[in-house]
Ligand binder design. Structure first.
Ligand SMILES: NC(=O)C1=CN([C@@H]2O[C@H](COP(=O)(O)OP(=O)(O)OC[C@H]3O[C@@H](n4cnc5c(N)ncnc54)[C@H](O)[C@@H]3O)[C@@H](O)[C@H]2O)C=CC1
Ligand SMILES: O=C1[C@@H](O)[C@H](O)[C@@H](O)[C@H](O)[C@H]1O
Length: 337
């Protein structure tokens, strides 16, 4: 096995800081060389106590640091494309937080740039593929354990949305996870999207369509419904029930701890994704590091990121214009077949 992988982390916000901590404390075979964030103080705070880690305001300067052998992109969605193209130019393996890019056209530019280079370098951070429960569900479906899958019922609830969230972001950012999970679990493409708009919650910021009910149709005739509710107030809940021809299976409701006291039983609910998916992020980053050290790239590909973006774009059109919108998917380059 090669020497320790030197990683540049771009973005030191909620996810970036969490990944810096993970790389430094929970992942063998990698170390953080540099962290870039236009907010240098934030980058500095993320690396406090980690020794000789250089801090930059400019992500491109970070990529040029000696010792950088791989890149972890955790900047805002709109900054992913520039970072990914720069990493591809340098031939560096990348783990990019989802979504791959801020829209489908940008995601396709990234796919085409990678395909031109002729080798996979990008893994997209759809961490649910590394979650124990999702993996068990995938194994069950693959083994035909509930027969041919007909339906997925998904719930995706956050306590509160970040200030930059628009009604479209519920789909392009939050539901992007269900899009990838559905494609991966079912091994099918999503072909059309419909969005149903219930009355907006009074707890949501003014003008935000929250919750939404997002329906996908797949090329094999399955239907996926997603309740996305990002200002539910009470906790972070991600659940999925698969219904097949001979059974059903549900994940995401495993109790963390049940407290029985004073005539009540209370189940803890995680407060956010960093808690709910902590193990999945660990597994994801460990797998990425192990692959990169062997000169490989695995996990969700740039094509998966593009496909999710194309479905999300159809979803946003369905949200804005109403009705059923078909997904417009570009031709898949040979690299991803
Ligand atoms: N996989 C998952 O479950 C999650 C993924 N995400 C994704 O992670 C990414 C980051 O999200 P958060 O950490 O929640 O956002 P955040 O807002 O907490 O942090 C983003 C950071 O990036 C910095 N930044 C801005 N422009 C930059 C640039 N060009 N280069 C480098 N840094 C830049 C900002 O100053 C900020 O510190 C997003 O793409 C988001 O969609 C976010 C939450 C969970
Ligand atoms: O990716 C994520 C965030 O960007 C998004 O804002 C949340 O809704 C998701 O639950 C989380 O996993």
């Amino acid at each position: 096995m090669s020497e320790s992988l030197g990683v540049a982390v771009l973005g030191a916000g909620h996810m970036g800081a969490d990944h810096v901590r993970r790389l430094a404390r929970s992942v063998v075979g990698a170390h953080v060389v540099t962290v870039a964030d236009p907010d240098r103080a934030r980058a500095g705070a993320a690396v406090a106590g980690l020794g000789d880690v250089r801090v930059h305001a400019d992500p491109l300067a970070a990529l040029a640091e000696p010792g950088v052998g791989a890149v972890l992109v955790a900047s805002p969605d709109h900054a992913h494309e520039e970072a990914l193209l720069a990493a591809l130019d340098r031939g560096l393996p990348v783990l990019s937080e989802k979504p791959l890019a801020h829209d489908a056209a940008a995601a396709l530019r990234v796919v085409r740039a990678e395909a031109r280079g002729g080798r996979r370098l990008i893994q997209v951070g759809f961490m649910r593929r590394y979650d124990t429960e999702y993996r068990r569900l995938k194994a069950l479906l693959d083994a035909g354990g509930i027969g041919r899958p007909l339906l997925l019922h998904c719930r995706h609830r956050n306590v509160a949305s970040p200030p930059h969230f628009t009604s479209a972001t519920l789909i392009s950012s939050s539901v992007s996870h269900e899009i990838d999970a559905a494609r991966w679990l079912l091994g099918q493409e999503v072909t059309a999207v419909t969005v149903v708009r219930p009355r907006a919650s009074a707890s949501a910021p003014a003008g935000l369509q929250d919750p939404q009910l997002v329906l996908f149709e797949t090329d094999a005739g399955a239907i996926v419904d997603v309740e996305v509710f990002v200002n539910c107030g009470f906790g972070y809940e991600v659940t999925c029930e698969a219904v097949g021809e001979s059974g059903s299976a549900r994940i995401g409701e495993e109790p963390a701890m049940v407290v029985r006291s004073a005539g009540r039983a209370q189940r803890e609910i995680p407060r956010d994704y960093v808690v709910r998916f902590a193990d999945a992020y660990d597994r994801e980053v460990r797998a990425w590091v192990a692959d990169a050290r062997e000169g490989r790239v695995g996990g969700p590909s740039a094509w998966d990121g593009y496909a999710a973006a194309a479905v999300a774009e159809a979803g946003v059109r369905a949200l804005n214009d109403g009705g059923r919108v078909e997904v417009d998917l570009a031709e898949r380059p040979g690299l991803y077949r």
